[in-house]
Ligand binder design. Structure first.
Ligand code: UDX
Length: 433
């Protein structure tokens, strides 16, 4: 496993769980040491016990040595990150390039190199050409593409029981190698789609573009609801009964964030531009804009509820992670709103059940509290921005005792509005009267 971040660490553990001998490589010696000690360096339910179990079998180990992995692997999975570049919408391929440049010259024996990282279409073909030119084993190294669809919080489940497997291949040998690597998963009935390299790379970004579009669609409807006093939650429920539409990813609220959807749709647009098909994806500009407008709307609502000025007013922010059951704060809508209000002069206090360390590190200027009650104490306004179960279960009567004023905005449409109103709160939500 080349790279032991979210994707690589999960994949390494799950492949060992399936019975394979796995060696995970990372250039970050600290990460390798923690994983070797049985510690998962990020929050992912269910992963740590599985890591420990498989370390104990001797089937799983981690290293910083490219020489070691090059010797070890019959199949090398490329799992390094492809974040957004700082100077454009495009993907930053420096980790992919560095990894390929390190591993390929060391491939002296027959093996398969399987790309899993989310990349701009054309990257696989470029790597294949590099392999053909540089790998000492030459044609005995086969390049295939095997995109990953795992969701944070469900990473183990999504890896061991995915909705589908996509194998981008150029030969029977490549297909057979991937079928062998996923035999237990395939035998459990998971469908396999065999494609060429270009389609395999495209499936991943197309899936994320569709999911982002679905979320922004319902959030666009939320804007219309706000102008018409309609209720987006009821609208979404009514739409979801149409099996052609379906209810998943149709929850209106503060919109999407995280390490994937935002950067993937932007990188997809950037690549489409290079390919001369920018018009085909111009709707994604709007999908991105709708998503970001929800954050601005939340800031406006805070101003509205506080009588137009937030300066010096205490605002409790419930949630910092980009979604519940995660400690990931990459492009977190909650922290974006928190820092905008902080910049506007509010006294912002953030609480999250899992993402406090990451949030503090990235946003040292914000205030932090150790619990929901501590964050709410003395607050003139409470913003519910990440829908952790802990917040849904919070007792509005108890919180009503500690706040300075009973104002709440439910940025995720996840609280029981009647319960909060019955306890004397002014309850507002995005897209609802
Ligand atoms: C996503 C894809 O789901 C996954 O297939 C891909 O491999 C990586 O990107 P992830 O980033 O873990 O996974 O998060 P996901 O559960 O998809 O949620 C993305 C964002 O959308 C979150 O911020 C979430 O709060 C938001 N969201 C999701 C909504 O606002 N409304 C919804 O209805 C669903």
């Amino acid at each position: 496993m080349l790279g032991t971040g979210y994707l690589g660490a999960t994949h390494a553990v799950c492949m060992a769980e399936l019975g394979f001998d796995v060696l995970g490589l990372d250039v970050d010696a600290g990460k390798v040491a923690r994983l070797s000690d049985g510690e998962v360096p990020f929050f992912e339910p269910g992963l740590e016990p599985l890591l420990r179990k498989n370390l104990a079998t001797g089937r799983l180990a981690f290293t910083t040595s490219y020489d070691e992995v090059a010797d070890f692997g019959d199949i090398h999975f490329l799992c390094v990150g492809t974040p957004q570049r700082t100077d454009s919408l495009a993907a930053d391929l420096s980790y992919v390039d560095a990894c390929i440049e390190a591993i390929v010259p060391r491939l002296t024996r027959s093996c398969v190199l399987a790309g899993k990282s989310t990349v701009p279409i054309g990257t696989a073909e470029r790597i294949a050409a590099h392999v053909a030119q540089v790998a000492p084993a030459g044609n005995d190294v086969e390049l295939v593409w095997n995109p990953e669809f795992l969701r944070e919080g469900y990473a183990v489940e999504d890896t061991l029981r995915p909705d589908r497997l996509v194998f981008g291949v150029t030969s029977d040998r490549g297909e057979e190698a991937l079928r062998a690597a996923y035999r237990p998963v395939i035998d459990s009935g998971v469908p396999v789609v065999i494609t060429d390299l270009a389609t395999a790379q495209l499936v991943k970004v197309a899936a994320n573009a569709f999911l982002a579009t679905k979320i922004s669609f319902i959030n666009a409807m939320a804007e219309v609801c706000e102008a018409t006093h309609a209720d987006v939650k009821k609208l979404s429920e009514a739409l979801s009964h149409d099996a052609r539409i379906g209810g998943r990813f149709l929850h209106a609220g503060l919109g999407f964030g995280g390490g994937c959807l935002p950067k993937d749709i932007r990188a997809f647009m950037a690549r489409a531009d290079e390919l001369g098909v920018d018009q085909a994806l111009s709707f994604l500009t709007e999908v991105d804009a709708i998503n970001l407008r929800r954050r601005a709307r939340m800031v406006d609502l805070a101003h509205e509820l506080l009588g137009d000025s937030v300066v010096g007013r205490r605002i409790a922010i419930l949630g910092a992670a980009f979604k519940p059951n995660s400690d990931d704060i990459r492009d977190s809508p909650a922290l974006d709103v928190a820092s905008r209000l902080n910049n506007a002069g509010a006294d912002v206090v953030v609480y999250d059940p899992a993402a406090m360390d990451n949030a503090r590190q990235r946003y040292p200027n914000l205030g932090y509290a150790g619990s929901t009650t501590e964050a709410a104490t003395g607050a003139h306004l409470v913003l519910h921005l990440t829908e952790w179960a802990e917040f849904r279960e919070a007792d509005p009567a108890v919180l009503g005792e500690v706040v300075a004023a009973c104002n709440i905005v439910d940025g995720r449409n996840a609280l029981d509005a009647e319960r909060w109103r019955a306890a004397g709160w002014t309850y507002r939500a995005l897209g609802r009267p």
